[in-house]
Design a protein around this ligand. Structure first.
Ligand code: PLP
Length: 392
């Protein structure tokens, strides 16, 4: 079955739901059992797919998890209440006191600061950050107690591409679990299990949900052993993916193919236009042919999403940046991305890396290109760049 057909078929079974096209929303805390024997065995490993208690999963959650598993070609998926919850849950499931983790220098800020710098630190796990362009050189950083390599490609805010298959091949040889935050690509544009990854994390809040109104995360693994580890930790942490949110995430997934095609088309048009502007020194978008990671992106991805950054040629954020951003008509200023609308956000890569050095001193501004007409977005940016230049 081709990918676009798969998306329409997965995570639903009308025959078992009175012919209703979408799986119903089951709201549940208590789930009752017909016999004492079945009740006694409800909450013991191996954790299965039987509803036991609302917190550990409803049929709506399982339907969503099945769909993400099918998209990734994995063995099983656990849904989480946010993308960051998924990152924390995966890290806690595969790391413990005394372990060492290797983390790409360009990961999502809270993966570095909150998960590695707080949660894992307090759990007695040491983190070493590495240059995302390290490739097979990752082998030199693996220690006897290295248990996990955590990747994100392209990197958050600055979009460096990693050679994921090269890292995964070395990790596999050395018995190290590989995890990747695949949010920029979503399960539609990249399936990292096929590139050798063991654990694939999605902030479904972004393109899977697609409408800027639901927080949701997922982690997909390739073996039953890893699934048990993951689900056991999610249960220990009391994570709960709300049924209404699972329903909306699954509904969002149905249209991810058409949305992403348009995000890419619009983003390429806007990014190419920005490259022609004197106010912009560099556009950081792997889909552009002159991006240093373009060949890796082309090899490993079926397309590009709508998120990229621009590095300004001159000016500062507080004056020029504010003059541009405050006057935008179509670019909302706010965290997150992946919804239907365009967004702008100041990025601060200089404060978010230790293994590499950010070479720029001028503002780096992240744009999410939504589903608006790209000509309107370009007109908005053109006026914004004029305000920016006037404020220098
Ligand atoms: C790359 C990436 N991973 C993870 C997350 C976290 O997702 P959430 O906001 O759902 O916690 C984000 C959020 O911006 C992100 O950009």
């Amino acid at each position: 079955m081709k990918k676009d057909t798969l998306i329409t078929a997965i995570g639903r079974d009308p025959k078992s739901n009175h012919g209703v096209v979408n799986p119903p929303v089951y709201h549940a805390s208590t789930i009752t059992f017909p016999t004492l024997e079945e009740f006694k065995t409800r909450d013991r490993p191996p954790y299965g797919r039987i509803p036991q208690y609302g917190r550990t999963g409803t049929p709506t959650q399982f339907a969503f998890e099945d769909a993400i598993t099918a998209m990734h070609g994995g063995h099983g998926t656990v849904a989480y209440p946010s993308g960051l919850a998924a990152i924390a849950g995966a890290a806690m499931a595969f790391l413990q006191n005394g372990d060492h983790v290797l983390m790409a220098d360009t990961v999502y800020g809270p993966s570095r600061i909150r998960v590695a710098g707080n949660l894992l630190l307090r759990a007695g796990v040491e983190t070493t950050f590495f240059d995302p362009e390290i490739g097979a050189g990752i082998g030199d950083l693996i220690r006897p107690n290295t248990k996990v390599i955590f990747m994100e490609s392209p990197g958050s805010q600055t979009f460096e591409m990693m050679d994921v298959p090269a890292v995964c091949a070395v990790a596999r040889e050395r018995g190290v679990v590989t995890m990747i935050d695949n949010t920029w690509s979503s399960p539609y544009l990249c399936q990292p299990i096929g590139l050798g990854a063991d654990v694939v994390i999605e902030a479904c809040t972004k393109y899977v949900v697609g409408h800027s109104d639901v927080m949701m995360g997922s982690v997909t693994v390739t073996t039953e052993e890893h699934f048990q580890q993951l689900k056991g930790m999610a249960n220990a942490l009391g994570y709960h993916a709300a049924p209404d949110d699972c329903y909306l995430a699954l509904r969002g997934l149905r249209t991810i193919s058409v949305r992403l095609q348009r995000h890419q088309e619009n983003a390429l048009k806007v990014a190419t236009w920005l490259q022609s502007r004197a106010e912009v020194a560099e556009v950081l978008y792997p889909a552009l042919p002159d991006h240093p990671g373009h060949e890796l992106w082309k090899r490993d991805h079926a397309g590009a999403s709508g998120l990229f950054s621009m590095v300004m040629a001159a000016g500062d954020l507080d004056n020029a940046g504010a003059a541009m951003i405050d006057g935008f008509a179509h670019f909302g200023l706010g965290a997150s991305w992946g919804g239907y609308e365009s967004l702008v956000l100041p990025a601060h890569p200089e404060g978010n890396r230790t293994a590499t050095t950010w070479p720029h001193t001028t503002p780096c501004i992240r744009l999410h290109i939504g589903l608006e007409d790209p000509d309107d977005l370009i007109a908005d940016l053109e006026a914004g760049l004029a305000r920016y230049a006037a404020a220098i």
